[in-house]
Write a protein that binds this ligand. Structure first.
Ligand SMILES: [Zn+2]
Length: 405
């Protein structure tokens, strides 16, 4: 049998070029071929071949643009390339404790519709988890008179340790079992490719693509809700670690044999800072059982409740300790504290900032900026959709490569 002349390396290179061209068009909007070649420092012929492939895959399209002559007068029309926004419908989901937030976006990331699907149980078996996702998607697609069959891909964000490269969940507070391989479960239930990723990584992706991390090369995103998460962008790329178990900021230890964490260990940061820890601390004596959210605790503290004030103050101190450790480890351009709740005041007090300054190794340079970003409820789902678009792009380009050999 004759072997293909194309070596695996040349295929990889062709795919890499196609993805770089696609990424450039995504960043710049409508752009002529010659500018892509110049920006990517490659030949116009290479760009022409890559764009022809991307057009045939339905990822981009040609439009007629208007060139400006040097004198500022209208020049003759020229061909520009831009994403084919209508080509694919992608779903982003965030699995939280009480609900699934879903957003449907087109290939350019524009919202088509969104939905909230309430959950009866915060923790589900792997099969229930997947069938619940299916139901949530059906309801969402029905809002645009569509069906799940129309989706090009589904991206799912969960808390916990996730090996995104193989849809494997080591552990998640949303799932009753450990070490779950979701590849078969998802492909049996859903008619399109599905991708699972750690939710904090998805928020980092969202901050990078359309949030406060835009244009930054090295930054950290700390997410605070039920638990505490971290997304790491290093040199423009998401850092996941070897097993997908990295960036577990919430489970770094801040107290020897300290408070019990939901992961089963003691002294983790999130056992002092996560929403569940604050509510547990307020209700541990059987009192204050009506408190359901951190906002409720803030209201108590404002009305003079000493216990509420001290629980929030301790969370702030632990958070400051943790952030100073992050700065010592990464020296990032910026740390973005990201979340949907409106109750981060206790993490941004003068005392917390002093704790951070005192914990960071002392040099004659300003500390990295710490910025708080209050997102809407769909923050996590938007991040998931952004990741889904990226993964669909990679899949479609791989299909091109397979067809070409
Ligand atoms: Zn823990």
């Amino acid at each position: 049998m004759l072997k293909s002349k194309a070596s695996p390396i040349s295929l990889e290179q062709r795919n890499a070029t196609r993805l770089r061209v696609l990424e450039h068009i995504r960043t710049k909007g409508a752009v002529p071929r010659i500018e892509i070649a110049s920006a990517l420092q490659t030949s116009p012929a290479t760009v022409t071949a890559a764009t022809a492939d991307l057009i045939s895959a339905g990822l981009i399209k040609e439009i007629e643009g208007e060139a400006q002559s040097k004198s500022g007068k209208r020049g003759r029309p020229k061909v520009l390339l831009q994403l084919d926004g209508q080509s694919f419908l992608v779903a982003g989901l965030k699995i939280a404790r009480q609900m699934i937030s879903i957003i449907l976006v087109d290939f350019e990331g524009n919202e088509v519709t969104s939905h909230k699907f309430p959950l009866d149980n915060a923790r589900m078996s792997p099969t229930d988890f997947v069938s619940t996702i299916q139901k949530a998607l059906e309801e969402t697609c029905a809002k645009i008179d569509g069906s799940v069959e129309q989706l090009a891909g589904v991206s799912i964000g969960v808390a916990g340790q996730v090996d995104a490269s193989r849809n494997f969940v080591h552990w998640s507070s949303s799932i009753t079992e450990r070490n779950v391989d979701f590849r078969g479960l998802l492909s049996n239930q859903l008619p399109c490719p599905a991708f699972i990723e750690n939710d904090a990584n998805l928020v980092a992706k969202a901050e990078q693509l359309f949030g406060l991390g835009k244009g930054l090369k090295n930054f950290l995103v700390v997410t605070i809700e039920h638990g505490v998460g971290l997304g790491i962008i290093l040199d423009g790329k998401l850092y996941r670690g070897k097993r997908g178990c990295g960036a577990e900021f919430g489970h770094t230890k801040v107290q020897l044999d300290g408070a019990l964490c939901q992961c089963g260990q003691r002294g983790c940061l999130e056992a002092y800072v996560g929403d569940y820890a604050l509510i547990r601390e307020m209700t541990v004596t059987g009192q204050n059982n009506e408190l359901k959210t951190v906002s409720d605790i803030h209201d108590r503290a404002i009305s003079g409740n000493e216990r509420a004030a001290s629980v929030l103050a301790r969370a702030g101190q632990m958070f400051g300790l943790g952030v100073s450790n992050l700065i010592n480890l990464f020296d990032p351009e910026c740390i973005i504290v990201s979340g949907t709740q409106k109750s981060f005041e206790h993490l941004c007090t003068d005392e917390v900032m002093a704790r951070i300054r005192n914990g960071v190794i002392c040099v004659d340079a300003a500390l990295p900026e710490i910025r708080v970003h209050h997102w809407g409820d769909l923050m996590w789902a938007k991040g998931a959709a952004a990741y889904g678009i990226e993964q669909i792009s990679i899949l479609k380009v791989k299909e091109l490569a397979a067809n070409a050999t």
